[in-house]
Design a protein around this ligand. Structure first.
Ligand code: SF4
Length: 355
């Protein structure tokens, strides 16, 4: 994927930043507009414009879990927002009315906040991901951020970086000195769903081949069956995904695998209907959860989690499998244990995180 925006919109206060200079050098023939302060442009087309702004907020934050569900203690490193891969269920469509990709140019603030954050709790294990408000590797060939992030995390005794992606853009990772402190993660779904609901992302085969390459370069891997989607033949579809996964990678190097069924704020529903009229993901029945998000009925969620976890455990019994945003009851019914019995989900994942 060779991303070339039609236009760059850059705030003047970040003009001298290294990231801006790097992008200008890579996109020399793309027109640039310099502005004092960027405004949202809801009328723009997703992917057409790349914005670089001075970010005024916190670069590192806890993942917005809720008190109603078992939370995993993940932290988000926010380097930019939006994505043009067009998944029908993508929450970013509702979070950000501005469809333009936006990068944060004041990276000196990001580095300072990240260092202070890690130093402020040196005994804690930090699991930090960049893939919450965008795809972690979507713009990496352009920004080359992994060239800075991966060696930085390699030098942190108590932190691990998770790069979550649906792309194959891993080439830059090959030569980096990661020392086991970067985990590369892919979301997985059956090929038919990828074609219909994740239109511009890499195919399942391509994702697994990229994962295999990363494993060859010594990286540990993670996989996210999230969102799990119901469709008429979902059991066979997901069973094939696990078969393909088991042929592609060595399970011993998998840090964790998450399972999470489709969930969305009610406000996303009309947006999905408008942006993706051919999507079938809204054809199921949903109920509101304690956090206000719509979910499949409880029995169906338990059935899907149980089915996936049995298949994964049949492949490798020691895989670390966890549920995203579910209650302890659902854990017990579908995985056979409550994370509280093992010290809590955060501790379980911390135990997996460091090399
Ligand atoms: S890859 Fe992730 S961030 Fe991008 S559209 Fe799909 S769900 Fe959204």
């Amino acid at each position: 994927m060779n991303y070339r925006p039609e236009r760059l919109l850059i705030e003047k206060p970040v003009a001298e930043n290294r990231l801006v200079q790097r992008i200008l050098a890579a996109l020399q023939d793309v027109p640039v507009d310099w502005v004092d302060r960027l405004k949202d442009d809801p009328t723009s087309r997703n992917g057409k414009v790349l914005e670089i702004v001075k970010f005024q907020g916190r670069f590192i934050k806890p993942c917005p879990g809720t008190r109603f569900y078992t939370c995993c203690g993940y932290q988000i490193l926010n380097l930019g927002v939006q994505c043009f891969l067009g998944c029908t269920y993508c929450i970013l469509q509702a979070y950000f009315p501005n469809p333009n990709l936006r990068l944060f140019g004041n990276l000196e603030d990001m580095w300072q906040q990240l260092e202070e954050h890690l130093q402020s709790s040196p005994r804690r294990v930090h699991r930090i991901g960049t893939g919450e408000f965008t795809d972690s590797l979507l713009l990496d060939p352009l920004t080359r951020m992994t060239e800075d992030l991966v060696p930085f995390f390699a030098a942190q005794p108590n932190a691990v970086l998770e790069l979550k992606t649906k792309t194959t853009q891993v080439d830059l990772l090959e030569s980096l000195d990661h020392r086991g402190h970067t985990i590369v993660a892919w979301s997985l779904n059956p090929s038919s769903l990828i074609a219909s609901e994740e239109a511009a992302t890499a195919t399942l085969e391509e994702r697994l081949e990229a994962a295999r390459r990363c494993q060859e370069w010594g990286y540990r891997l993670a996989f996210h069956f999230d969102p799990l989607l119901v469709y008429p033949d979902w059991q066979n579809g997901y069973s094939e995904v696990v078969d393909q996964l088991s042929s592609a990678v060595d399970p011993g190097d998998i840090a964790w695998i998450s399972l999470g069924t489709l969930r969305f704020m009610p406000s996303l529903k009309p947006i999905i209907r408008q942006n993706h009229p051919r999507s079938t993901i809204l054809e199921e029945e949903f109920i509101p959860g304690l956090d206000g998000k719509m979910r499949y009925f409880r029995d169906l969620r338990v059935e899907m989690y149980g089915y996936l976890s049995r298949m994964l455990r049949n492949w490798h019994k020691d895989l670390c499998i966890y549920l995203c945003m579910e209650s302890n009851d659902i854990w017990r019914e579908s995985l056979g244990f409550d994370p509280a019995e093992c010290g809590g989900l955060s501790d379980i994942l911390d135990g997996q995180a460091l090399p």
